[in-house]
Design a binder for this molecule. Structure first.
Ligand SMILES: *[C@@H]1O[C@H](CO)[C@@H](O)[C@H](O)[C@H]1NC(C)=O
Ligand SMILES: *[C@@H]1O[C@H](CO)[C@@H](O)[C@H](O)[C@H]1NC(C)=O
Ligand SMILES: *[C@@H]1O[C@H](CO)[C@@H](O)[C@H](O)[C@H]1NC(C)=O
Length: 371
């Protein structure tokens, strides 16, 4: 016979092991359900911490501190005035194209490729904006008066070698000149990117930058500009900002946005209670960039007879409390449940290491009711 204490602690240990196995299973089930509702197939594990594009930070900060008191459309990106609740910034994955015969006036030729395969089926693309940026802005900006020519082609068909073939199979989308290398150039690619949602149609773009602009003044290219032209590829930075509307999460509802902190009063009536959810507590701190947590709240309390207007009850709940007061054993009280929830925005890395700003419905309990 084991001494009782050993026996008991063995049993407790076994119970604990069983319990944690069940809890663990439950947790991973819960987690995958939640990830699914966040539109993710698995918990992302970003390999490299891509810096958060400043435009996403700016929008995120705006949403954290809403200035308006009235209604804000959770499914609209105010900053761009388009419908949408997900904003992604895709990094360019295209390669440079080295032509066989060097062309003196052509500074660079590059394929631009953005892998949009993470977009889900129910997402409607409402905006795509290409940003071409030159990270270098020091002494070369003295090349004043000199212009660069930029051409952007849509690739319609790949050649047999898998490279974008030159003529016929590409369509000129944009042709423009620019002078200042430190300014971002923005292009509306909404029309083009809609096609890219069909994976097989995404053949990318071809970008060409040349010196001398399109005005025939190319003979006057200075030596400094020539060398800048030759090295422009090393500080080119291209990305695609894509706004989509996820129909699942945006049921065309208009909700009031708030960072509501539930008041704490001693009453035990149904009402919102404070609950802070920390993303590090659920082990999500390495892929959620911001916020680190948020005030989610929950509903708790009694729904006693007679139900008052403050308890936001339905006719059904009023009748149910009446029946409950007559027959407490047979009919339960109505339940204290969330009746108004508001969204929050989350900035995170997705399964493809892109930085995503997404607006999630129904994340914060604002009001409770007896239902
Ligand atoms: C695009 O991303 C998907 C999902 O990560 C991947 O399976 C696919 O190979 C990628 N395509 C290209 C061309 O990189
Ligand atoms: C971008 O282009 C689409 C059509 O391709 C157009 O409907 C939309 O209004 C344009 N957006 C802006 C901001 O010009
Ligand atoms: C019921 O709704 C009102 C506003 O419509 C709100 O002030 C009140 O707090 C809500 N009641 C509960 C229990 O949340």
């Amino acid at each position: 016979m084991w001494p009782l204490s050993v026996h008991a602690s063995f049993r407790a240990g076994l119970a604990w092991a069983l319990l944690s196995a069940i809890l663990g299973m439950d947790l991973s089930l819960q987690e995958s359900l939640l990830l699914k509702s966040l539109g993710l197939s698995a918990k992302p594990s970003p390999k490299t911490a891509v810096p958060v594009p400043s435009v996403l930070w700016r929008i995120f900060q705006n949403r954290k501190t809403p200035t308006n008191k009235g209604l804000e459309d959770a499914c609209k990106v105010e900053e761009f005035n388009v419908p949408g609740n997900i904003i992604r910034v895709f990094a360019d994955q295209g390669h440079f194209i080295h032509s066989r015969q060097p062309q003196t006036l052509l500074c660079l030729q590059k394929r631009l490729y953005f892998n949009l395969s993470v977009l889900e089926e129910g997402e409607r693309l409402t905006m795509a904006q290409l940003e071409i940026k030159f990270s270098h802005n020091s002494y070369h900006t003295s090349s004043r008066g000199q212009v660069f020519g930029l051409r952007l082609y849509q690739t319609a068909q790949l050649s047999l070698r898998g490279m974008p073939s030159r003529e016929h199979s590409r369509k000129l989308l944009v042709e423009q000149s620019f002078a200042q290398l430190h300014k971002s150039l923005l292009f509306n690619l909404s029309g083009v990117a809609k096609d890219w949602q069909t994976y097989s149609k995404n053949l990318g773009l071809v970008l060409e930058i040349s010196v001398g602009g399109g005005d025939g003044a190319s003979a006057l290219v200075s030596w400094g500009l020539q060398s800048l032209c030759a090295s422009i590829d090393s500080f080119l930075d291209t990305s695609l900002l894509v706004v989509t509307l996820s129909r699942q999460q945006c049921k065309a509802s208009r909700r009031r946005r708030s960072t509501y902190d539930a008041p704490i009063t001693p009453s035990n009536l149904c009402k919102p209670r404070r609950l802070y959810i920390s993303f590090s507590d659920v082990g999500w701190e390495n892929w959620i960039i911001a916020p680190q947590g948020y005030m989610a709240n929950y509903c708790l309390g009694e729904c006693p007879f007679p139900l008052t207007a403050e308890l936001n009850s339905t006719n059904h709940a009023i009748l149910q409390t009446m029946v409950h007061s007559l027959d407490p054993e047979g009919t339960p009280q109505p339940c204290c449940v969330p009746v108004r929830l508001s969204p929050i925005s989350i900035l995170y890395y997705d399964n493809n290491d892109n930085v995503v700003l997404r607006h999630y419905e129904d994340m914060v309990v604002d009001e409770c009711g007896c239902r």
